[in-house]
Write a new protein. Structure first.
Length: 236
């Protein structure tokens, strides 16, 4: 990457860290709707299915992950110091570090499973750089599970975040095609989650039912796209 784009990337990451430092105290409260719970349930069932012994949680926030699952080895990383402070307070026995997903301060081939849940991977100008970092720290044969938002969220149909105006911040909105281009996984599955957005705010079960019926048809139109990737076993 050329030097000037590195500098742009660094100031972008600083800007994002500031936003999450600002949101941190309200973050858990904001994502408490029945729809959020329904989405979490679907995503964590999938994570559990692919979970190895050691987990890296990129953009862990206050660690929603540990609310749902209890892995033996867990490391949460986040660029926001305030989010990490809250995570440490909630889970003092667990490991958390402040760091940037574009340049993970971690050794190659360390984790059985890497997760990045609920849109952290959208907060970049250089998605390929993050995809390469994820592959680097995954052990051969390890799994990645991530959820990102696509064009559906860009146009804010039925689903936009209510708390903060993201329209002023450049965000990478993914498509199935751009995910396939960025991630060099040996196996890659992309699923759609929640086509109805916030329409059934009181009925989290619709999120689950709908996933069963439609989840495999049109991920580009869903509120979240779930990426399930497996790194090749061979290192050649
Ligand atoms: C929408 S929140 C999701 C938090 C958590 N995964 C969850 O599901 O509740 C996105 C998180 O990504 C973090 N983040 C954004 N850019 C990052 C970066 N470059 N490196 C590490 N974390 C980042 C933010 O600070 C924030 O905590």
């Amino acid at each position: 990457m050329r030097l000037y784009s590195k500098a742009i990337n660094m100031s972008y990451v600083k800007e994002i860290a500031k936003i999450y430092d600002y949101l941190a105290d309200r973050y858990d409260y904001i994502y408490q709707s029945p729809v959020n719970h329904g989405e979490n349930r679907v995503v964590f069932d999938l994570v559990e299915k692919h979970m190895g012994k050691s987990i890296l949680d990129i953009g862990c926030g206050t660690s929603l992950f540990l609310e749902y699952l209890n892995p033996s080895k867990y490391l949460g990383i986040d660029v926001s110091e305030k989010m990490i402070a809250l995570a440490r307070k909630r889970y003092p026995e667990r490991h958390f570090i402040v760091g940037d997903m574009h340049n993970l301060p971690l050794k190659d081939e360390t984790f059985d499973t890497v997760v990045s849940l609920f849109s952290c991977l959208n907060l970049t100008l250089t998605p390929k750089m993050i995809a390469d970092e994820i592959l680097r720290v995954l052990k051969p044969g390890g799994h990645f599970i991530g959820t990102v938002v696509g064009l559906r969220m860009k146009y804010n149909i039925l689903a936009g975040p209510k708390d903060h105006d993201w329209r002023n911040i450049p965000i990478t909105y993914y498509t199935q095609k751009s995910i396939k281009e960025a991630f060099g996984f040996e196996e890659l599955q992309i699923l759609g989650l929640n086509y109805l957005g916030n329409l059934f705010e009181k009925h989290e079960r619709y999120v689950n039912n709908e996933f069963g019926l439609l989840g495999r048809t049109a991920p580009d139109l869903a509120r979240h796209m779930i990426i399930i990737g497996r790194k090749s076993l061979s290192t050649v």
